[in-house]
Design a protein around this ligand. Structure first.
Ligand SMILES: Cc1cc2nc3c(=O)[nH]c(=O)nc-3n(C[C@H](O)[C@H](O)[C@H](O)COP(=O)(O)OP(=O)(O)OC[C@H]3O[C@@H](n4cnc5c(N)ncnc54)[C@H](O)[C@@H]3O)c2cc1C
Ligand code: SF4
Ligand code: SF4
Length: 839
């Protein structure tokens, strides 16, 4: 039996073992693995999660028993100190020696510590292992005990430095990121995206210092600060160095393997070093003159080494290695793929930037506009997976390539099709080299029945995890195509449907996002579950969007809809479309004073467009003083109840539609729901208010009102269906309370009433049973819940103009009163409009 010795039990060393034992011929080999850390390999990519749970087991890639069960001898806490190439022997710091037939060096890297004077002082740390984190946490809590406003600097504004910045924030210290280059994440970002990321980080309380080189660590024995130049210093109580990595290549150096001039063990495309029976993989290997500091290339190297040792000589490393990355830094999406930035002569760039929303999207396309060459996404990387796939698979670009980043116009529009449109060969999980075909056939062949099975079976998502949304979509779509039921869970952080989560929040009395994460979620959350929970809290407690502004989507955060040039709209409520001349004059005055474009909308109110973020509180103050309220045009909430003039003026009118519309709008205003809600009241069956195109519509008939529900205009118009006939005003309100509350409780996020009814088993007949006949015996509870929401209504714009703290949110830049100088308008029909878009 031959012996393979693996030195290093990190992520790549582990992957080598996993791939090795999965081969049929592995029985002919004995595998011995040495690791000098005190525990089996763990997930270093998700190391920061240790701050939350301090559970080393949760990070383990496999328990010690896994190695034993698979015939692998794992020796932890022991360092290999020497290789005797000629004798094919290794020696360890325990004084043992072992012979090998093949040796695999997977010794990884260590953090690079620049030779700055004083770097050895107490309070200076690196960020690589669980032990590093434990030391940091112990030190940080000592500082906090004596200095509640303690500060920590992070040297290095790259990927790992920003991860460390989050760690500092989690430890309750004030973080300062110090970067030598003039931008953050210099490898992945261009200057503009770095600038957008910096603004976002600063808005979260992380100070960023660019173009700074530390020349001294200050303090006696213990760090007290950093000096950058004369009279330029930063007082800090702790320092985390994250200035890059250096390969742990000392074994190769001492035994005479070929080395790179700046370190790293040179390997060919078979992962062989200059000694043909010694392989190097992961961050210690120098391949094509590069050390790849990411886990995906390391896993591919492990696969190549396994195949080469077992005689599959044709499996080699490709020349080009994909260095695309997507990560969440302190809750902010940052992604780059392909060639993220390049000189103009290599291609064309399309850039979308919105500093107010901390958004930056860039794609680089070939001169003939046919091929995607790369790009950068900051603030919203939801399109990363599709863009990455387009890039990897050389897929043809659509005619209007800009739609890939600005989206098709209209709600929920996307320029991409579904992940199901990708070819079977499309690589979905780069870390594990899993294709779309692998994922779908795992279900179609009956090997898997759920997302969990697919993950277990294929290992997709188990590397950096960036492909999880796309794998989930493929699994759900494939299951649906097989006629299987799919549970629409909120996202990976809350594995419940919205209805289940609503119930949990209500029963447990959870009222903040972090409490929800603690009690029934996991991870840090995302842009899907945050607004979903904000909506659930609002519909249980009727908290306004001001309560936890950081979990709202951005329209709710600024209590206004952002328009296409970065300006905002102001939409006061005009219940039933009825407005006094005095109020009309106020609207005119405000529009004139702030130069706003005015338009009467289909919902019978007057929108004022083109407002600057900084002006919103002053504009709203004037409107509120004149008796207006927020119209919630930005929220997933009741918008308007449109009405015709009804019997007040119309000779056909059978009832007072305006009065009733005003009553309904006043009752349901401000109530958040899974999607926007619209209502209508018509005075007779001529239906001038188009009530049957609304989520709820009321039409006056002989003997009362007919009540219709679940109609939609928009992209997929649906007529509302009859719920009850000839009922009086009180009964309309009673049924509407029940219907709306039932929808609010049970619909999925962003599901409008028509789609909800379509999914409801039994359709409108079942809805009638619940709402009219009270078949579930919940009518009283639904009515009480609605009444409690109605009683607690508060205008959130009134709160915002009266509360100085809330008012601070409406600033274009966090630390100055400067305005957005990107807003450009051009004249149009005696008013103004945003400057047209150009490429
Ligand atoms: C905080 C953090 C976040 C990261 N985030 C990402 C990310 O989002 N995406 C991504 O792709 N990558 C990320 N990385 C990088 C990723 O973790 C590495 O690319 C990967 O861990 C490299 O694996 P490796 O096995 O080559 O090295 P390592 O994981 O460093 O493993 C090497 C192991 O060998 C041991 N060893 C060394 N010498 C000896 C010896 N002589 N004898 C015995 N044992 C020895 C070491 O102690 C270590 O346990 C991150 C890294 C960190 C630290
Ligand atoms: S229909 Fe709506 S989404 Fe489409 S352009 Fe008009 S306002 Fe915008
Ligand atoms: S719906 Fe009937 S009552 Fe209302 S305006 Fe039209 S015709 Fe008149």
């Amino acid at each position: 039996m031959k012996t393979v010795i693996v030195v290093g039990n990190g992520m790549v060393g582990y992957k080598f073992c996993e791939k090795f034992i999965a081969t049929p011929s592995n029985n002919a080999y004995k595998l011995i693995v040495f690791g000098d850390e005190p525990r089996p390999a763990y997930d270093r990519v998700h190391l920061s999660e240790y701050f939350e749970n301090q559970d080393a087991k949760a990070l383990e890639l496999a328990p010690a028993t896994w190695y034993k069960k698979n015939g692998i001898e794992l020796i932890t806490g022991q360092r290999v100190t020497d290789i005797k190439k000629e004798k094919r022997e290794i020696h360890t710091d325990a004084g043992d020696s072992h012979s090998y037939d093949y040796l695999v060096l997977a010794t990884g890297s260590v953090p690079f510590v620049p030779p700055i004077s004083g770097v050895e002082k107490e309070g200076v740390f690196v960020y690589r292992t669980i032990e590093d984190l434990e030391e940091m946490m112990a030190y940080a809590s000592q500082i906090k005990a004596i200095k509640p406003n303690g500060r920590a600097a992070i040297l290095g504004g790259g990927l790992l430095g920003l991860e460390a910045g989050k760690a500092v924030l989690d430890m309750g210290l004030e973080p300062h990121v110090v970067e030598f280059a003039p931008k953050l994440m210099p490898r992945q970002l261009d200057s503009r995206s770095s600038n957008v990321l910096q603004l976002k980080l600063e808005s979260m309380g992380i100070q960023v210092h660019l173009s700074k080189a530390a020349n001294q660590i200050l303090g006696d024995k213990v760090i007290e600060g950093m000096e950058f130049g004369e009279d330029d210093r930063l007082d800090v109580d702790m320092l985390i160095i994250s200035a890059g990595i250096r390969p742990r290549d000392e074994l190769g150096r001492t035994c005479g393997l070929e080395m790179g001039t700046r370190g790293g063990i040179v390997v060919n495309n078979k992962m062989q070093t200059s000694a043909e029976d010694i392989f190097a993989i992961g961050e210690v290997a120098l391949y094509n003159q590069m050390i790849y500091g990411l886990v995906a290339p390391g896993y591919e190297m492990a696969d190549v080494a396994v195949n080469q040792i077992l005689g599959n000589r044709e499996v080699v490393m490709p020349d080009d290695i994909d260095m695309s990355t997507k990560l969440k830094l302190m809750g902010v999406d940052v992604a780059s793929f392909g060639t993220p930035y390049m000189p103009a002569d290599r291609g064309l760039s399309i850039i979308f930037e919105n500093k107010t929303k901390h958004l930056y999207k860039r794609i680089n396309v070939s001169h003939d506009r046919k091929t995607l060459l790369g790009g950068i996404l900051v603030g919203d990387a939801s399109d990363y997976n599709m863009l990455h796939q387009m890039y990897l698979n050389g897929m043809a670009l659509p005619e209007n390539a800009e739609e890939l980043i600005v989206g098709a116009r209209g709600e929920g529009g996307s320029a991409f099709g579904s992940a199901m449109d990708l070819p079977d060969t499309a690589q979905i999980c780069s870390c594990e080299s899993i294709t779309k075909g692998n994922i779908c056939s795992s279900l179609l062949d009956g090997k898997s029945e759920s997302l969990k099975d697919v993950i277990q079976c294929t290992k997709a998502t188990t590397g950096c995890g960036g492909c999880k949304p796309m794998v989930t979509e493929l699994v759900n779509e494939t299951l649906k195509s097989m006629g299987k039921e799919v549970k629409d869970v909120i996202c990976e952080h809350f594995e419940y449907t919205r209805q289940e989560l609503y119930g949990i929040v209500k029963v447990k009395g959870i009222s903040t996002y972090n409490e929800a994460l603690d009690k029934c979620g996991k991870g840090h959350g995302c842009e899907v579950c945050k607004p979903a929970l904000a909506s659930i809290f609002a519909t249980i407690y009727n908290d306004t969007a001001n309560k936890e502004d950081v979990i709202q989507d951005s329209n709710d955060r600024f209590l206004a809809n952002i328009q296409r040039n970065g300006s905002y709209s102001v939409v006061p409520r005009i219940p039933g479309g009825e407005i006094t001349p005095d109020k009309l004059i106020v609207l005119g005055d405000v529009a004139k004073e702030y130069g706003l474009y005015t338009k009467i909308t289909g919902g019978q109110r007057i929108d004022l467009f083109g407002a600057e973020l900084n002006d919103l509180p002053a504009i709203w103050k004037k409107l509120i003083d004149a008796g207006f309220e927020s119209g919630h045009a930005y929220g997933k909430a009741l918008r308007t109840v449109k009405s015709c003039v009804g019997s007040t003026w119309c000779r056909y009118g059978m009832d007072e539609s305006v009065s009733f519309a005003i009553e309904l709008e006043d009752r349901y205003k401000g109530i958040r729901s899974p999607h926007k809600l619209k209502g209508g009241v018509s005075g007779c069956i001529r239906e001038c208010a188009e009530a049957r195109g609304k989520d709820f519509g009321v039409i006056a008939v002989e003997g009362g009102w007919n009540l219709y529900v679940c109609g939609n205009g928009g992209a997929t118009p649906k007529h509302a269906q009859l719920l009850a006939e000839q009922i009086d005003n009180e009964t309309v309100i009673k049924y509407l309370d029940r219907f709306l509350m039932y929808y609010i409780r049970t619909a999925a996020p962003l599901m409008r009433t028509a789609a909800w009814l379509e999914k409801l088993e039994g359709g409108i007949e079942q809805l009638k049973k619940v709402v009219v006949e009270d078949s579930l015996n919940i009518a009283q509870e639904l009515e009480m819940d609605m009444q409690s929401l109605v009683d607690k209504y508060e205008c959130e714009w009134k709160q915002a103009v009266e509360n100085e703290e809330i008012g601070k949110r409406f600033k274009h830049f966090v630390n100055t009163d400067d305005r957005d100088d990107n807003l450009v308008f051009v004249p149009m029909r005696e008013q103004k409009m945003p400057e047209p878009w150009t490429n």
